[in-house]
Design a protein around this ligand. Structure first.
Ligand code: UFG
Length: 343
């Protein structure tokens, strides 16, 4: 019998790619999503890639009763992978209440409902933002956690503290928090990818939309950082590699391989690229010049962030397979497919 995994936010960007990998690895997937920042068509896209349509429950995880009812219905679930959350940094600065309310109510209702059903495995979608401006690079899991600049980031930091309390209180509860660096790219088939609502905040969708003519020009935020070309460095990771790490994490929990009831892993490649290097890769892959201009720094950006990947390699037996050119090429393939779908 297939083991059942609940994926909250499974129609979203990272969630949907993880659902594909879970199905490919023979898990039965139940997606819980309110479709507030995702699209129901994602289910068709997943089915097209895997040949299997995941079970779908549309609900608002901020609603405790609805959440309990869905967990009661799927009480034979082996683990929960929790992606459902708002994630736009700037929006969270403008509207902190909305962010705290959404990200905490949904987290707490999920935890309460799963405990009620005796579902004791939980994987949390965290972020490298919890390291703030790091004093040491590459960033290991031992790096000090700092209060993030944004309410969004703070929801990740506090959520991890909630998980610390959970494992102290509930002996059987096991959880792994995954701190993502900068996920970009799309499924290699071009049939699944990021669907940002409105104007993208993040670099990669902004690049592809600019090249596709949807945006006039990309603004590069600052070229006066202390880096090789002055632009900021990030550890971009292919979303398919990231999804694969989730499958390994699920297996670690289900096979009772974890060494502590709360474990934390960085998920990055260990390689940092500047904004200009990402643009260069894009221009090389697509053979299209990108319209961009240098503007001043964006508030809250740190000069450089990249991961030490040693711990995930050792404990999850996971390493990234795809490089920056694969990330850029798949993002562009997805953008072109979207364009063709609209025409
Ligand atoms: N950038 C631009 N122009 C743009 C967008 C981004 O120059 O239009 C630059 C940024 O200044 C930064 C880099 O591209 O140097 C990456 O920016 P993103 O917005 O793509 O990603 P961030 O590193 O700012 O944020 C990401 C996630 C957050 C998470 C954070 C953790 O989006 O959810 O990493 O480090 F909190």
């Amino acid at each position: 019998m297939k083991q059942k995994i609940i994926v909250t936010g499974g129609c979203g960007y990272i969630g949907s790619h993880t659902v594909v990998e879970l199905i490919t690895h023979n898990f039965e997937v139940v997606i819980l999503d309110d479709l507030s920042n995702s699209n129901i068509k994602t289910l068709d896209r997943i089915a097209k890639i895997t040949g299997i349509r995941p079970i779908f429950e549309q609900l608002d995880l901020k609603n405790s009763e609805q959440t309990k009812a869905v967990f009661q219905k799927h009480k034979d679930t082996a683990a929960v992978v929790h992606f459902a959350a708002y994630k736009a940094v700037a929006e969270s600065v403008q509207n902190p209440v909305m962010y705290y309310k959404n990200n905490f109510f949904s987290l707490l209702n999920t935890l309460e409902a799963q405990l009620e059903q005796g579902i004791n495995n939980f994987i949390f979608s965290s972020s490298a933002t919890v390291y703030g401006e790091p004093k040491k690079l590459p960033i290991t899991e031992e790096n000090q956690v700092q209060r993030p600049f944004s309410p969004y980031g703070n929801t990740k930091k506090i959520a991890e503290e909630i998980l610390e309390d959970m494992v102290k209180a509930h002996q059987d509860f096991s959880t792994i928090s995954l701190r993502y660096f900068n996920p970009i790219g799309a499924h290699l088939s071009g049939n699944l990818g990021e669907l940002p609502n409105g104007i993208p905040n993040n670099l990669m969708p902004y690049i592809t939309q600019t090249a596709a003519g949807i945006r006039k020009e990309l603004q590069v935020f600052g070229n006066d950082y202390d880096t090789k070309d002055g632009t900021a460095i990030r550890d971009y990771i292919h979303v398919v590699d990231l999804a694969d790490a989730h499958v390994k994490t699920v297996k670690r929990l289900l096979n009772k391989k974890q060494e502590k009831s709360l474990e934390i892993f960085n998920l990055g490649t260990g390689n940092g690229y500047t904004v200009l290097e990402v643009i260069q890769s894009f221009e090389k892959i697509t053979k299209k010049p990108l319209n961009y201009k240098i503007v001043s720094r964006r508030a809250g950006d740190v000069p450089a962030l990249y991961a030490s990947t040693e711990l995930a390699k050792e404990k999850l037996n996971w390493e990234t397979q795809l490089n920056i050119d694969d990330m850029v090429a798949s993002s562009w393939k997805w953008e072109e497919n979207l364009k063709n779908e609209k025409n």
